[in-house]
Every structure is written in C-alpha cells, then in structure tokens.
Design a protein around this ligand. Structure first.
Ligand code: ARG
Length: 542
C-alpha cells in the first residue's frame, strides 16, 4: 500500500492555501479509503515547514482582501468626518495588533493547530471550544464569505457596466456574488492543488492594487494631477474633524467596519504547530505584519481622502472604482474594478478552502452530521481507480493531462471535502440573499469579537491559573488588557447600536448549548472529550 498526501489530517487543521503545506499525516488505503483519526493528535505539527517569510505572507495576504476597498464608506458615514475615520482606522489597526500579539502568546504556550478552538477548550473546557466551532461553521465562515462575495459582485458589476452607470438592481450584484461562490466551490472541489493554484494567482494582484492606490494617491495629492484636471481640493479647506459623530455607538459601528478590513490577524494560530521555530518567528511575524498593514491602510485612506470628496467616500461600497475614475478616467475605473474583483475572488477562494476543512473536521468529530465528514463526490474513488505511484506512470491522453495539471500530486481529482464545501456555500448563499455589506459586517464583527474577547480574556485567566506554564513569548500584560477593554466596549455598544443583530448572534450561541449536550455528549459517548485537558495541563501532555 502507499499513502497519499492529503491536507486534512488533524481534527482542526485550518491550513491555508496561500502556499502548500507539506502534510502527509493522514493516508489512504490502497482502495482509496481515507484513514482518518481525529484523535491522532498533532500529526500535522510533526511536519514543520513554515518560515518567517511564509508566515508574513500568510498574514498579510489574508488580511488584505475586500475590506480596504469597501469599508471606507461605512467607517466614514459612522465616524462622521475624514479625521475621525482616520482615527477609527488607527484604533482598529492597533486593536487587531494587540489581539494578534495575545494570540501569539497563546500559540507559543499551546503550540497546536486550531486557533481559538484549542485555546478555549484548554482554558474554559470542551463546551466553550464546541461553541466556537459551532459559531465558526454557522456564522463566522459563511458570514465572512458572504461579505467578500457581495463586494465581489459589486466590483464585477462596476467593471461590466462602468462606474457611472445608473443604479443596477442589487439582485444583479447578488447574482454575480452567487456565481462567484459556485465557481470557487467548484475550483476547490476539483483538487486541493487546483484550489491552492488559484489562490496563489490572486495573491500578487491585491498587493499591486493596494500599492497602486497608495503611491498614485500621494503623487496626485502632491502634484494636483487628475484625469479631468478638476481634482477636488475641498480637503485643503475643510476642517478634517467637522461633522465628527458625537454618538459612541456610531463609533462602534465604524470600528466594526474598520476591523473587518483588519480581520484575519488570528490566522497564524491555525498553523502554529507547523512553524519551524514558533517561539522566535510567531512574534516576529505579528510585529512585522501588523505595522505593514496598518501603515498601508492609513496611506490608502489618506489617498482616498485626497482624491475623493467626502460625500463620494460615504456613498459607495466600490470606492476604489470612483478613485480610479477620478485619477485615470474610464480606463482607471475599469482596471481598478478588475483588480479588486480578482482580489475578492482570491479571498473568496481562500476562505472556501479553509471553510471546507473546518466543516469537514466538525463532521468527523461528530459536531455535524457525518455525511459532511466524507471526502469526495460519489464515484470519485472509482474514477480515480488505481491512482497513485503506479497510475502516475500510466496516465496518458487528454484526461491524463488534465489530471496532471489540475489534480493532486498523484493526479487524483475530486478527493476534497465536497459535501462540507457545498454545505458551507449553501449557508453563505442565505447570508448573501438576506444581507448587505453594512449589516453583515457588524453581524460578523459581533460574533467574531465575542470569541476573540473570550480567548484573550482566557490568556489573562491562564496567567493567573497556570503561572508556570512555559510561555516562549510573553506579551506585555497591558496588551491583552487593552484588547479586552476595547472589545468589551465594542460588544456592549453593539447591544445599543444593533440590538437585533446582537440578539441573533446570542441566539446562535444559545442553540449550540443544547446541541452540545444532546448530540455531542449524549450519544453514548460518541465524542467524550477533545482530549485536551483543561486543568493542570502540562506541556509534556501536548
Ligand atoms: N480582512 C479581510 C478583508 O478585508 C477579511 C478577512 C476575513 N476573515 C477571515 N478569517 N478570512 O477582506
């Protein structure tokens, strides 16, 4: 028998597709049946391959997505003035940075893949870990995919009909969002390699788009150049803080929009176990990546403010297109629309990849119906019959070429968590259908920051409860304290500013509690414990 490479191997492997991770832990029998053992433990962690630069590109690549091209309007409307929105962007960035530093400490102390799920289980017990997974599957993953898909839809429509075209029905945008979602689901169903190839392709594009906006915006500001020679100069005369919102809840909503653009800072925690030198590189990655993102976001916003009148910034989700049309005319708006569309498409592709793995792992663990923990479409095994080392030599003809290009290492096609991805895409479609950018961003923020808050609070609890736990990287204690205070402010303000959405989030979490007790605990010990002990847990037990 030979074993084949497959990228799902530990129960909570959220490995990202920005670069290939060498994982050979879970194998297949000769018949192609996946051998999967969720308690196999930190098998992925034995194949360490990530360096500092890998980590840096992972974090920066994940964070820069749709947000910097779409959030500025929400930030601006709710903060009230250009100056106040820059303050919001800075606060959001610093908050994300303190969160990331806190997660780095937890990652060093508990060097396993899985992020918040692992930390919450360790600190608060199994139920907390389950509730995180429950919310990630039902709210966080599909919610974030829906936001990106909606922005994708808006930018593609802008690219197709032009920036100045009269209002297109939102259902056209949503239709494009739906088409994009189905396309990335197909890509990621074909093979792991095909999904990652698509991901790599789009990574470069968003850097170019963001750098372009920043550099050209500053040139424009310095020279006063614009396409039609009528660059708005109103920023020069206006007081930057005129109109600042006096209402704290408005600031909270603005912050949620800014935080969306910075979201993804926790993602190294999903692959901590795979760093060659986590205690040295994890903090280095965080303390390099976050300042880079913060500075480039602030510069991009300054560029928007220089080029666009405040009324335009506040009224558009497709701010980059407006920016392009003022600086370069129709060519500018078209090329920015295309670049941002591709950036969103890449982000959607990446998030579909990780969501598939998350739902798949949850199905395997018994958190969700076991159908979702199955690999491949029906018949995938038969079609891939005899694949592997032997088959690789025999592959010929057109089908063989296609398999070579699109398939995994040994040419296998369709060995992906297809059911899980279809499940995730279906839930995402519901969010796309009923939601719109502003509400979804707040909804996602409330759900996400509930768990970020609990996790970072857990860091403080862990310092008291287990002072001697080995912590290769220890942040300044003010870091988690600042994070907890600001996110607590955000969460309490959400109750005032968006009571309905907060209630829906609370409802989702509440429904998870009986599910845990009846389905997970109840079924004759189908799943007893994650195996991560939450008390007197020694490093040697990892
Ligand atoms: N910051 C990203 C953006 O601006 C969104 C990240 C979504 N979150 C995630 N964990 N993938 O589009």
């Amino acid at each position: 028998t030979h074993s084949r490479t497959y990228s799902v191997s530990s129960a909570f492997d959220f490995s990202n597709n920005l670069f290939p991770l060498s994982t050979t832990a879970a194998g297949y029998t000769a018949l192609g049946t996946p051998i999967y053992n969720p308690l196999e433990g930190p098998s992925l962690e034995k194949h360490k391959s990530l360096t500092f630069l890998n980590g840096l590109s992972l974090v920066v690549g994940l964070i820069i997505g749709s947000g910097i091209f779409s959030s500025p309007s929400q930030v601006n409307i709710n903060a009230g003035s250009p100056g106040a929105s820059l303050v919001v962007w800075a606060v959001a960035g610093v908050l994300a940075w303190t969160g990331a530093a806190s997660f780095a400490e937890l990652g060093g102390a508990i060097p396993l893949n899985g992020g918040a799920q692992v930390y919450l289980t360790k600190i608060f017990g199994d139920l907390a870990g389950f509730l995180f997974t429950w919310c990630a599957v039902l709210v966080l993953k599909p919610g974030s995919a829906a936001i990106i898909a909606i922005i994708l839809g808006e930018y593609v429509v802008r690219a197709a009909v032009g920036a100045e075209a009269a209002d297109v029905s939102v259902w056209v945008n949503k239709g494009v969002a739906l088409a994009g979602l189905i396309l990335v689901t197909i890509f990621n169903s074909i093979s792991t390699r095909f999904g990652t190839r698509m991901g790599d392709l789009f990574l470069v594009l968003k850097f170019i788009a963001l750098l372009g906006v920043t550099i050209i915006g500053i040139v424009v500001a310095a020279t006063g150049y614009s396409y039609d020679g009528k660059l708005s100069q109103e920023w020069k005369h206006e007081n930057w803080f005129t109109g600042t919102n006096q209402n704290l809840s408005g600031w909270a909503v603005a912050l949620y929009a800014g935080l969306w653009a910075f979201d993804g800072w926790d993602n190294t925690s999903y692959v901590v176990g795979e760093f060659l030198n986590p205690s040295r590189d994890l903090p280095r990655v965080i303390h390099t990546a976050m300042p880079i993102v913060i500075v480039s976001y602030l510069l991009a916003n300054i560029s928007y403010i220089f080029v666009l009148p405040a009324s335009v910034i506040a009224s558009s989700n497709t701010i980059a297109v407006k920016w392009g049309s003022i600086v370069f005319g129709p060519i500018g708006s078209l090329s920015l629309a295309i670049m941002v569309s591709l950036s969103c498409f890449g982000a959607l592709n990446a998030t579909t990849f990780t969501s598939g793995r998350l739902v798949y792992a949850a199905g395997k663990e018994g958190f969700l119906p076991s159908l979702l923990g199955k690999i491949g479409l029906p018949g995938a095994e038969r079609r891939n019959d005899g694949m592997g080392v032997v088959a690789a030599e025999k592959r010929h003809g057109l089908w063989g070429k296609i398999k070579d290009w699109a398939g995994d290492e040994d040419g296998a096609i369709g060995f992906t968590p297809v059911n899980a991805m279809i499940f995730n895409t279906t839930i995402t479609l519901i969010y796309v259908a009923v939601g719109e950018f502003g509400t979804l961003v707040t909804f996602y923020g409330v759900a996400g920051y509930t768990f970020y808050f609990l996790t970072v609070l857990g860091l403080i609890i862990l310092r008291v409860r287990e002072p001697y736990l080995e912590r290769p990287y220890k942040t300044w204690i003010t870091t988690p304290v600042i994070f907890c205070c600001v996110s607590l402010f955000l969460l309490t303000r959400a109750v005032v500013a968006e009571p309905v959405q907060t209630l829906i989030v609370v409802g989702f979490v509440a429904v998870g509690v009986p599910v845990y007790f009846f389905r997970i605990r109840g079924r004759g010990g189908r799943r007893k414990s994650s195996g991560i002990k939450w008390k007197f847990w020694k490093r040697s037990e990892i």
